[in-house]
Design a protein around this ligand. Structure first.
Ligand SMILES: Cc1cc2nc3c(=O)[nH]c(=O)nc-3n(C[C@H](O)[C@H](O)[C@H](O)COP(=O)(O)OP(=O)(O)OC[C@H]3O[C@@H](n4cnc5c(N)ncnc54)[C@H](O)[C@@H]3O)c2cc1C
Length: 512
């Protein structure tokens, strides 16, 4: 299989596409492959502004690579209800969405579409670590609630420092005595950038499909029942137009300006607010060899869910590294590579100014959090690392820029911020876009499925379409979380894990 991972410009422009996708990140790449496998006759054109593919948020260095499944992220089980129970609905939802990803990737591995799974996915324990009597009690209640459900039955809880030391020695060494607790479950680490490039490589080889890197989509206009995408070659300045019945805007931070160019009334009140990211990275082999987990902690009371720090083992380009973060940074750019400082000011319109201002007023704690994060020194950041890894040495860590999240803000939300991802669809279902930033990559398959269900349901209306969909996503129309479906979950999950070479440990985590 041709690997576009290292290639510079890939340019292939096709005539008369049925579908145009904008961006080569995990969203467009996933949807493109799902569509082509559902209907091999579809003509699909994908445009990417940068000369290389998937170098924005989806690139391995720009996100944490967590396969979000609600195992270790406390933000999916935020607070106790009035009866003292921890609600687990959101954790079940994200877990099920991630099962779709595993099923789809497993099917693609089996079909030889994306190469060997070890290149882009690894099993890694997802550990949630807390300290202090209150948080220990919360974690115990959370574990009790999750453990009752078949999704989480392999999750283990301990309050024994020696066991936690076995799971994550760096977290315990040098820690003053006190109440601690941790849960561990079978999680994953994913290189979404590499996966997106593999998906694009496959697409580029299919008949009637083109992947054009180095081409910016400059505007989208609706005329005579079709979308017209104005495109410009970044290198030569050449301009062209592509027409299609259906457009997917998977342009990450570039999506807002494209939606604004459509003139669609439903896009009028949309605004975006960029939040830059930074990681501390440790390359020291002796340290990296001693951490075999993704360890998430609590979210500090002053910060939004994206403020929860985590100490992660990462395996990018065949190297082991530790990554801690993310830290938020100030930016007015919407994209790391092709963004400009004018992105934010130029996105402001009469129709969205009110929504932006209302959001700032209603979310003063977020504004304060962002100001504080932007003012942090290296010493402040190291202090945050030492909450997780008390013996961390300053000389082992370097600061790197992560991806930019553009938080979608809608007038209808009346100033409330939803840290999530959602599909925007035009009223006539001829255009869809992805809004929001997190936990996007993990749920990219579920998002692509929802785009097809909402906008192109005819693709699996026939028995052949349904058969093809079931081959990729055996449970695409079944609620795996329902108790009656525990056996089906076990079967489909095992099958996907086998295909992805993910070994389940269910409690017997390695002592590092
Ligand atoms: C700091 C951080 C940590 C994260 N951690 C995780 C995590 O652990 N797990 C997880 O699941 N998710 C995580 N995410 C979220 C995840 O990275 C994103 O949801 C996901 O990568 C978005 O994919 P995308 O394809 O929509 O966007 P992108 O990967 O940003 O791709 C958009 C593409 O569109 C291109 N483009 C933009 N404008 C145009 C244009 N006009 N014409 C042509 N091309 C254009 C861009 O160059 C880019 O390649 C994290 C994000 C950040 C920032």
């Amino acid at each position: 299989m041709e690997d576009l991972t290292q290639t510079a410009a890939v340019t292939s422009l096709i005539e008369a596409p049925d579908v145009v996708l904008i961006g080569s990140g995990i969203m467009s790449a996933t949807l493109a492959v799902l569509l082509k496998r559902l209907d091999p006759r579809l003509r699909i054109q994908l445009f990417e502004v940068t000369p290389e593919l998937a170098r924005e948020a989806s690139d391995g260095w720009n996100n944490a690579g967590t396969g979000h499944a609600g195992i270790c992220e406390l933000s999916y089980t935020p607070a106790r209800d009035s009866e003292g129970r921890v609600p687990i609905g959101r954790a079940l939802h994200i877990f099920e969405q991630f099962e779709h990803s595993k099923q789809f990737w497993g099917a693609l591995v089996a079909a030889g579409t994306v190469g060997v799974p070890e290149d882009f996915i690894h099993a890694v324990p997802h550990v949630c670590f807390v300290k202090g009597a209150g948080d220990v009690d919360f974690l115990r209640t959370r574990h009790a609630a999750l453990k009752e459900h078949h999704f989480f039955k392999g999750m283990t809880l301990t309050m024994d420092p020696a066991v936690i030391q076995g799971w994550a020695p760096l977290v315990m060494e040098g820690r003053p005595p006190g109440a601690v607790a941790a849960t561990a479950g079978d999680g994953t680490e994913v290189d979404y950038g590499l996966l997106a490039r593999r998906l694009c490589a496959w697409l580029a080889q299919q008949e009637g499909c083109g992947v054009a890197a180095g081409w910016r989509v400059t505007e989208l206009r609706r005329e005579a029942g079709r979308w017209r995408a104005g495109v410009r070659c970044a290198a030569s300045g050449e301009r062209r137009e592509a027409q299609a019945k259906f457009v997917f805007v998977g342009a990450g931070g570039g999506s807002l300006s494209l939606l604004q160019s459509t003139g669609l009334p439903e896009a009028a009140g949309l605004a975006g607010f960029p939040i830059g990211g930074e990681w501390l990275v440790c390359d020291a082999p002796a340290v990296c060899a001693r951490h075999e987990a993704k360890v998430y902690g609590t979210t500090p009371p002053s910060s939004p869910s994206l403020g929860a720090g985590h100490l992660d083992l990462r395996r990018l380009n065949g190297r082991r590294q530790l990554l801690f973060g993310p830290f938020a940074s100030w930016t007015t750019r919407f994209l790391k590579h092709t963004g400009r400082w004018t992105d934010l000011p130029l996105s402001i319109r009469a129709g969205n100014l009110g929504a932006l201002l209302r959001t700032a007023v209603r979310n003063r704690s977020l504004v304060r959090y962002l100001i504080n994060q932007g003012l942090q020194t290296m010493e402040d950041r190291l202090r945050a690392v030492r909450e997780f890894y008390p013996n961390a040495r300053a000389e082992d860590w370097r600061l790197v820029e992560a991806g930019i999240r553009v938080q979608a803000i809608k007038s209808a939300d009346r100033g409330a911020i939803r840290f999530g991802t959602e599909v925007f669809a035009s009223r006539d279902r001829s255009l869809a876009a992805l809004l929001g930033a997190s936990p996007g990559a993990s749920v990219s398959v579920n998002i692509a499925l929802n785009v097809v269900k909402t906008c192109l349901p005819e693709l699996f209306a026939s028995s052949e379409g349904r058969r093809r969909m079931e081959q990729m996503l055996p449970t695409f129309d079944t609620e795996l979380r329902e108790h009656g479906n525990a056996a089906l979950f076990e079967k489909t999950s095992r099958e996907a894990e086998e295909r992805l070479h993910l070994t389940r440990r269910s409690g017997s985590y390695p002592i590092v």
